[in-house]
Design a protein around this ligand. Structure first.
Ligand code: DP6
Length: 360
C-alpha cells in the first residue's frame, strides 16, 4: 500500500447529517517510537500492547454546510468546550484532507471523554486521535458506494490516526501492533500499524499493565518537540538500529515465552528512551525521584521473589508495571503495599492487554 491507495474515489452517496461514536484505547510501546521524519514517518519500528481500560470515547456529529472554504468544527471534552484543542485538530484535518474529501463539506461537533483521569499524564493523543480517525472512517464508509472491507477500514483508520499522532496508529486493533517498516515483521509499514502476525506464547496472552501515576502535571516536553530532538542527536542512528535489533529479539522472546528476556528488553527500551532525552540538546529529565524509587523497588522485588515483573515508561514520569495475569494476586499486593505510596494522591490504574477500538 502507498499513500495514493488511501485517496478516495468520488463519493456516490450523500448524507445531510448524522452522528457516529467510537471508543478507542491507549497503547503501551515495548519497543519505542522516538524520532520521526516528514509526514509522520517513524525513524524506527515500534511495537505495542493495546490497552483495554484506558480509552477515549468520541462522538462526532456532522451536518452539511453552505460553503466549502475551510474546516468548521468545535470540540468538547467532558461537555466543556475546549478551544485549546483546536490547533491540533486543525493540523490533523489539514494533513488528512487529501484522504477524506468530505472534510470541508460538513460542520463537525466533536464530543470526547476519557475513561482515565484528565491530565493524569497518560497519553490521550493515541486514544483520542484513533477514536476521531475511526469516526471519520465511519462517515467515509457511508458515503461510498462499494462496501469497504474491514481490513481496508482498519488500515485507513490507522493511516489517518498516524497523521494525528504517530502512536495512535497502533490503537485501532490489538493485541500486539507493529508500526514502521522493518525486515523482521512481514507486512510492516511506515504508513499504518499492523497486527503482529506470528505465534505468541501463552505467557504474553493476558499481560497486565498497572499504571502508577507518579506525576500528573502537564507534559514538560510535547512529543513533537521530543521527536525533533532526535534530529542531529549524536546517538540517533545507533538508537534507530537498536530498535530494529530489539524488535528481532522480541520476536523470538514472544515465541519462546522467555519472561526474563522480555523484562530485560522492555526495561532497556524504556531507559534508552529516557537516555535519548537526557543526551539531547536541550536535554530533559522526565523521570521524577519517585519514578526511580519505584524502579528500584521493582528490581528488588524481582530479585527477592523471582516474579516476572518489569516496568516501562513513556515520555513522562509515570511507571507502567507489566506482569502476566497469573501473578496478579502477589504483584498487586506488592504494588499496593510498596509502590502506591510513591504515586500522586496514591493514584494508579489497573489495565491489561486489549483488542482494539469498538463502534458504539
Ligand atoms: C514515548 O505518538 O505522542 O510514547 O507522533 O508527535 O504525536 P507524535 O508523538 P507520539 O509519541 C509517542 C512516543 C512514546 C513512545 C511510543 O509510544 O512508541
Amino acid at each position: 500500500m502507498t499513500e495514493k491507495d488511501f485517496i478516495p474515489k468520488p463519493y456516490s452517496n450523500t448524507l445531510e447529517a448524522g452522528q457516529v461514536t467510537w471508543e478507542s484505547p491507549s497503547n503501551i510501546a515495548l519497543v519505542k517510537y522516538w524520532g520521526k521524519k516528514k509526514n509522520q514517518i517513524p525513524e524506527n519500528p515500534s511495537i505495542s500492547f493495546t490497552l483495554n481500560n484506558c480509552k477515549t470515547i468520541t462522538s462526532l456529529s456532522f451536518s452539511k454546510k453552505e460553503n466549502h472554504d475551510g474546516f468548521s468544527f468545535e470540540i468538547y471534552l467532558d461537555d466543556e468546550i475546549k478551544g485549546d484543542f483546536k490547533p491540533k485538530i486543525q493540523t490533523f484535518f489539514e494533513r488528512i484532507e487529501e484522504y477524506l474529501s468530505f472534510l470541508k463539506t460538513y460542520h463537525f461537533e466533536i464530543r470526547t471523554t476519557n475513561t482515565f483521569p484528565h491530565s493524569s499524564g497518560i497519553a490521550s493523543s493515541a486514544s483520542g486521535m484513533s477514536a476521531l480517525a475511526l469516526c471519520l472512517m465511519s462517515i467515509e464508509r457511508s458515503l461510498g458506494e462499494v462496501e469497504m472491507t474491514e481490513v481496508f477500514f482498519n488500515q485507513k483508520a490507522s493511516f489517518l490516526a498516524r497523521l494525528g499522532s504517530g502512536s495512535a496508529c497502533r490503537s485501532i486493533e490489538g493485541d500486539l501492533i507493529v508500526w514502521g517498516e522493518n525486515d523482521v515483521i512481514a507486512g510492516s509499514s511506515d504508513l499504518y500499524g499492523v497486527k503482529y502476525p506470528y505465534e505468541v506464547h501463552e505467557n504474553f496472552k493476558d499481560y497486565q499493565d498497572t499504571i502508577l501515576l507518579v506525576d500528573k502535571g502537564e507534559k514538560q516536553v510535547s512529543s513533537t518537540v521530543g521527536h525533533n530532538l532526535m534530529h542531529g542527536h549524536p546517538y540517533a542512528q545507533n538508537r534507530f538500529n537498536q530498535a530494529h535489533d530489539n524488535l528481532k529479539k522480541l520476536k523470538s522472546i514472544l515465541a519462546s515465552g522467555d519472561l526474563d528476556q522480555f523484562n530485560l528488553l522492555v526495561e532497556s527500551e524504556a531507559l534508552t528512551l529516557h537516555a535519548m532525552m537526557m543526551a539531547s540538546m536541550p536535554y530533559f529529565i522526565l523521570m521524577k525521584p519517585n519514578t526511580l524509587k519505584i524502579i528500584n523497588k521493582i528490581w528488588q522485588f524481582r530479585e527477592e521473589t523471582g516474579m516476572p515483573i518489569s516496568f516501562t515508561l513513556d515520555a513522562g514520569a509515570n511507571v507502567h508495571v507489566l506482569y502476566p495475569k497469573q501473578n496478579t494476586h502477589k504483584i498487586l499486593e506488592f504494588i499496593k503495599n510498596e509502590l502506591v505510596a510513591y504515586c500522586q494522591n496514591e493514584q494508579y490504574i489497573c489495565d491489561q492487554i486489549g483488542f482494539g477500538a469498538n463502534q458504539l
